[in-house]
Design a protein. Structure first.
Length: 549
């Protein structure tokens, strides 16, 4: 596990410094690995030993001592969230792998000691997490080696934007915010209805594509069947003339009279010469399909293009010499697919039927979906109304839907708090908030009052903002974890923790506002069931010195 040191106040407040394995000296001296120039810190104040197990601190016989959570120590392991104080500077140790921890570039003079046994050639790599190569302190450079010149470091590579990340970002920041605003502009049920109407329209429109393809395929197949049937009939009608070699008696009039037939003729099997109709006699067909069909002794049917199909049926005779049936001629029919096409009316009719079915199903889906959404909300509302009237402490839902379960849990928690607050009001002898404000006004220094249970700042003295420069409007009635001033937030959190651990003691700390150092003193005030609130006074060091003088 990797560790980092986080400064909570002092001139390094807010800095987060990653720690490698090894030994660090903390103090004011220029030869220290972590230089803290606050007054009261010794030149070599304490040492930090960092390994995989954790971080150990040892006081180096400093003038003002080293404290962990307000307790003076000589040597101890630092646990996470424990506050280490060296005079007026406070820091803690955090997990550097935590996603919420963002290491900062350390200020000048803060650098680690090279781990024992590391060869000089690896010094620059050891410094990499703390400094660019050109900023490694000269004392840490390898013997005989100069730090790299400025500008030689590799720039950070930009984060690669993948299609998945782009789509998720676009969905979260562009699409969904617009969707969430729809129920604000339109009644919720009409939003659901609009989605279902969109669904019906899209289903109908998209279903037209396969529907047209199926219809076209069906018409083409039916046209080929018709062409084959007409060609077969034509073969039977011309069987006797071909058998008796009476070519002048052959005729294709029957086929040409049939709807959809574009061309019809009889050809010789031997050379493809046209026998009938008479006006094309002794000529040859230029259709490739005809020449392909002559190579077969069977019926051939083929779609020539998107609008025509062709069929060839052999006229066969038995040859006693070869003892086989052989084709002497072929009847050929070219057929127009459009003759059997259903036309736009039939296609539109099918689309209308599809749309009607989708609309009926959409209405049913809308009804049941809306009722399924409405029921749990109405049920919770009725239970909540009953709970507020009958002073019940819980509501429930049987829906297996996590956001709804969380809502139910929060409602139950709110009901419990309301009940507890009512009981507290009924049993309280006086108003604790009024007492807090009276106590704040009695103290002459700038003072804050923090409610222990909610961790909210509930009161501030009249001259607090004037003395510290912190706007009371921005901190009153908010949780201390929501304070914008990070240093103030961390100090107040530290004082609250120490008051909880040692409720009968006064916890102290220091904090700087606009260049003025303030001494913070916190004391817990008990109620009937433990500490009710905490009073934190802010005394400037200048004022302390004047009073001492």
């Amino acid at each position: 596990m990797k560790w980092a040191i986080r400064f909570l106040n002092g001139h390094l407040a807010g800095q987060i410094l990653p720690l490698q394995e090894g030994r660090y000296i903390l103090g004011r001296g220029e030869d220290c690995q972590i230089i803290v120039s606050d007054d009261g810190i010794s030149k070599k104040h304490a040492s930090l030993e960092v390994d995989e197990q954790g971080v150990f601190i040892q006081d180096l016989k400093s003038s003002n001592g080293t404290f962990i959570n307000g307790v003076k120590i000589q040597e101890s392991e630092i646990q996470e969230k424990e506050k280490v104080s060296v005079c007026k500077t406070t820091f803690d140790i955090v997990n550097a792998n935590d996603q919420n921890i963002v290491p900062t570039s350390p200020p000048a003079g803060v650098y680690p000691q090279v781990p024992p046994g590391m060869p000089p050639s690896q010094y620059p790599q050891a410094m990499a997490p703390y400094y660019p190569a050109q900023h490694i302190p000269p004392a840490m450079s390898a013997p005989g080696q100069m730090a790299q010149q400025a500008g030689t470091e590799n720039p950070e590579e930009p984060v690669k934007l993948t299609l998945k990340n782009w789509f998720k970002n676009y969905l979260d920041k562009v699409v969904l915010p617009g969707i969430y605003k729809l129920p604000v502009w339109i009644e919720f049920k009409w939003v659901i209805a609009s989605f279902l109407i969109f669904f019906v329209v899209m289903v109908t429109a998209l279903s037209a594509i396969p529907l047209i393809q199926i219809l076209n395929s069906s018409v083409a197949q039916e046209s080929m069947n018709h062409a084959e049937s007409i060609a077969s009939t034509l073969s039977r009608m011309n069987y006797e003339p071909i058998k008796n070699e009476l070519h002048s008696a052959t005729s294709v009039d029957y086929a040409l009279r049939r709807p959809g037939v574009l061309k019809a003729f009889i050809i010789k099997a031997a050379n493809g010469q046209i026998i009938a109709p008479s006006e094309l006699a002794d000529t040859y067909s230029k259709i490739p399909f005809v020449n392909e069909g002559r190579t077969k002794e069977s019926i051939s049917v083929k779609q020539l293009d998107s609008s025509t199909v062709a069929a060839m049926v052999p006229i066969q005779f038995y040859n006693s010499k070869t003892n086989v049936h052989r084709a002497e001629a072929y009847s050929v029919v070219i057929y127009d697919i459009g003759a059997l096409a259903s036309g736009n009316k039939r296609t539109i009719s099918l689309l209308v039927q599809t749309c009607f079915i989708a609309v009926v199903l959409g209405i049913l889906i809308f009804f049941f979906l809306y009722k399924m959404i409405e029921f749990p909300i109405s049920s919770l509302n009725k239970q909540l109304s009953a709970a507020l009237t009958d002073e019940s402490l819980s509501v429930e839902t049987k829906y297996d839907f996590m956001p709804l379960q969380h809502l139910t849990s929060n409602i139950n928690s709110a009901l419990s708090r309301i009940s507890a607050a009512q009981e507290s009001q009924n049993t309280s002898e006086y108003d604790r908030l009024t007492e807090m404000n009276h106590m704040i006004e009695m103290i002459g220094y700038p003072t804050l009052g923090i409610e222990m249970e909610s961790s909210k700042i509930m009161g501030a003295s009249a001259h607090f903002e004037e003395e510290t420069g912190v706007s009371t409007e921005r901190i009153l009635n908010i949780n201390i974890q929501d304070i914008d001033d990070q240093a103030l937030k961390l100090n107040l959190s530290n004082l609250m923790e120490r008051i909880q651990q040692h409720p009968y003691e006064i916890a102290s700390d220091s904090l700087e506002f606009s260049g003025v150092e303030f001494q913070l003193s916190a004391k817990g005030i008990y109620g009937k069931e433990g500490i009710a609130y905490i009073l934190v006074s802010f005394i400037s060091t200048d004022q302390e010195q004047e009073e001492a003088g």
